[in-house]
Design a protein around this ligand. Structure first.
Ligand code: ADP
Length: 502
C-alpha cells in the first residue's frame, strides 16, 4: 500500500504548531509497517536545516509547474527524516515562495500553497507510481483533491483521497483568478456545490478547504468531539452546511503525541529525569528543581501558590483574554504565572508585549513571547497547572504533553480538550479517569471558579492533587492506536472511492 501525505509542516524540521507534530507522529508510525510505503510531500523551506536530513538527494532535477503564463522550474528532493521518506519541492520561482524564513504569515500564502499543490501533482505525474491513499492535511494541501479528481484524473492513478482537518478555521479563501493562475478553469467545479464558498455575500469566493471536503473520500478531524462541533454554525466557521452535507464521510481520530520526544524520563532539556513509576517525593523534587532552574534563569521569586502557565500560539482561538485573566488571578493568589507564546497577529503580539512591561517588576510572572522548543520542555516539567482556555480546540497537544510531565491541566471543555481532560469533581466520570479540571463556557466566570477549585485543591489537599498528577503521567497517548484508526479510515476511503467510481 502506497500512502502519500501532503502537508505544510513536518516536525522538527518545519514546525509552527501542532500540525507538524501530528504529521511526523503519524508518518513515523505508519513507516514501521513493512507493507506500507509512506512518503511526505513538503515545501523545501529555507528554514529547513539540511543537517537534520540524511540521505538528501536530488530526485528530479527539473520539472515544470505552470503559473501566471509561465512554466516555472522546480527541483524535487528526497531525504530521510524521523524514519520517514520526505519529498521536498523546491520551486525556482521569482517570488521565492519558500525562501521567507517562515512557514506561514506571508501576504501571498494563498499563492504559495496553491503553487505547492500544483507542483506536488506535477511531481506525482512525473513519478508515475500508483498511489493507494493520498492523505492531505488542512487547506494548504486540500486543493490537491479537486486537482486530482477534476483536472488530472486520467494522468494519475490514485485510489482514494483522505483529508484531515487539523483546524477548520483556516480555509484558504481565494478568488477564481488564483486558480486561473495555475490553469485550473472549469465551469463544472467552480460552483456553489463544489469549490465556491458558502458565504452568500461573496458567492464568487473559492474555498480550498471546502474543495478538499467535497472531493475527498474520507474526511476526519483530530478529535471525536470536534467532528461533531463543526456541524454547528458556532464552530463550523461557515462550512457547517458542507460538513452536514458530507457527514457520512466525516469522523474523528484523536491525535497522539510523540512519547519519546515528550518524556520526562529521557528529556535532554530536563534534569533530573523523572517518570510515573517513581515515588511522588522523587517526582515532586524533580519538578521543584525545574522551578528553581527557571527561577534562576529568569530571576523569578519564590511564590506561595502553584505555578500555572500555558504554552501556545497567541491567537483569538486560544482565548488570549482568558489567559490574561488567569495571569491576574494567579498574581492575586500568590502563584507564579508563565506564558511561553508568540502571536502571528501584530496587534496581539504588541498587546502581550505591553502586558510584559506592566508585569516587568513582578517577580512571579514570566511572559516569554517567542517560540522556544527547549524552554517549552522545561516549562512543562516545572508547572503544577497548565491552563488551556481555548474557545475551540480541534485536539490540542499541550494538555497531553503537560500530563506526561505531571502537570495538571485546566481546560475549557471543548473539542479534543473535552475528550482528554476529565474534571476531578465530575461524578459522571469514573473516578479513575478524572485527571484535571474542566470548565463549561470560555468566559471569565467559569474560568475563575475553576482556577479557584484548582488552587484550593493544590493548597489544601496535596494528596488528591498528586493522584491527578500521577494519573496524567500514566496515560498512554502514543501514536499506536490513532494509526490503527487511520488504517481503518484508509480502508473506508478506498471502499467509498470504489463505490463512487462504480
Ligand atoms: P496549535 O496546533 O493550535 O498551535 P496545539 O496545542 O495542537 O496547538 O500544538 C501546539 C504545539 O506547539 C505544542 O507542542 C506546544 O508545546 C508548541 N508550542 C506552541 N507555542 C510554542 C512556543 N512559543 N514555543 C515552543 N513551543 C510552542
Amino acid at each position: 500500500m502506497r500512502i502519500v501525505h501532503v502537508a505544510a509542516e513536518f516536525s522538527p524540521i518545519a514546525k509552527a504548531g501542532g500540525l507538524g507534530e501530528v504529521v511526523v507522529g503519524l508518518c513515523r508510525e505508519l513507516s514501521q509497517f513493512p507493507e506500507l510505503e509512506v512518503e511526505i510531500y513538503l515545501p523545501k523551506y529555507d528554514l529547513i536545516d539540511s543537517e537534520k536530513l540524511s540521505d538528501l538527494q536530488m530526485e528530479i532535477a527539473d520539472f515544470k509547474c505552470f503559473e501566471k503564463n509561465h512554466f516555472h522550474s522546480n527541483t524535487l528532493w528526497s531525504a530521510q527524516c524521523e524514519n520517514s521518506r520526505l519529498q521536498l519541492i523546491e520551486p525556482h520561482h521569482p517570488s521565492q515562495y519558500f525562501q521567507r524564513g517562515k512557514i506561514y504569515g506571508c501576504e501571498d500564502d494563498l499563492a504559495r500553497f496553491i503553487y505547492f499543490c500544483k507542483s506536488v501533482i506535477e511531481a506525482l505525474k512525473l513519478k508515475n507510481q500508483p498511489i493507494d491513499i493520498l492523505h492531505l492535511h488542512d487547506w494548504h494541501a486540500a486543493l490537491c483533491a479537486p486537482l486530482v479528481r477534476e483536472v488530472f484524473q486520467k494522468e494519475l492513478s490514485i485510489k482514494a483521497i483522505v483529508l484531515t482537518l487539523h483546524n477548520a478555521e483556516y480555509q484558504g479563501k481565494c478568488a477564481c483568478l488564483d486558480l486561473d493562475a495555475i490553469g485550473m478553469q472549469g465551469s463544472d467545479f467552480l460552483t456553489a456545490d463544489k469549490l465556491q464558498d458558502n458565504d452568500p455575500k461573496y458567492p464568487q469566493t473559492i474555498n480550498l478547504l471546502k474543495g478538499g471536503i467535497v472531493y475527498a473520500d474520507a474526511v476526519n478531524t483530530v478529535s471525536i468531539t470536534y467532528a461533531k462541533e463543526i456541524l454547528t454554525p458556532e464552530k463550523g466557521f461557515g462550512l457547517d452546511p458542507t460538513f452536514r452535507q458530507y457527514q457520512s464521510k466525516l469522523s474523528g481520530i484523536l491525535n497522539g503525541i510523540d512519547q519519546t520526544l515528550w518524556n520526562p524520563k529521557n528529556d535532554p532539556y530536563v534534569t533530573p529525569s523523572y517518570d510515573a513509576e517513581q515515588s511522588m517525593a522523587t517526582i515532586l523534587a524533580a519538578k521543584k528543581k525545574q522551578q528553581t532552574l527557571l527561577s534562576k534563569k529568569f530571576g523569578l521569586a519564590r511564590s506561595k501558590g502553584p505555578w500555572l502557565g500555558t504554552i501556545t500560539r497567541i491567537v483569538p482561538q486560544k482565548g488570549p483574554e482568558l489567559i490574561e485573566e488567569a495571569l491576574a488571578y494567579t498574581v492575586q493568589n500568590q502563584g507564579t504565572f508563565i506564558l511561553l507564546g508568540s502571536s502571528p497577529i501584530p496587534q496581539l503580539q504588541a498587546h502581550f508585549e505591553q502586558l510584559k512591561e506592566k508585569y516587568a517588576a513582578h517577580r512571579c510572572v514570566l511572559l516569554h513571547l517567542t517560540y522556544d522548543e527547549a524552554l517549552a520542555h522545561q516549562i512543562y516539567a516545572a508547572l503544577d497547572l497548565l491552563i488551556v482556555p481555548s474557545h475551540f480546540e480541534p485536539c490540542g497537544l499541550s494538555q497531553l504533553i503537560a500530563m506526561r510531565y505531571g502537570t495538571v491541566p485546566i481546560v475549557h471543555a471543548t473539542g479534543g480538550l473535552k475528550d482528554t481532560v476529565f474534571d476531578c469533581e465530575d461524578s459522571l466520570i469514573p473516578a479513575k479517569s478524572r485527571n484535571g479540571f474542566t470548565f463549561q463556557g470560555a468566559s471569565s466566570g467559569p474560568l475563575k471558579e475553576t482556577l479557584r477549585r484548582a488552587f484550593h485543591l493544590f493548597q489544601t489537599d496535596p494528596t488528591t492533587f498528586q493522584v491527578l498528577m500521577r494519573r496524567g503521567m500514566q496515560l498512554n497517548f502514543s501514536w499506536e492506536k490513532p494509526t490503527q484508526e487511520y488504517l481503518k479510515l484508509y480502508r473506508k476511503a478506498t471502499l467509498q472511492s470504489k463505490r463512487l467510481i462504480a
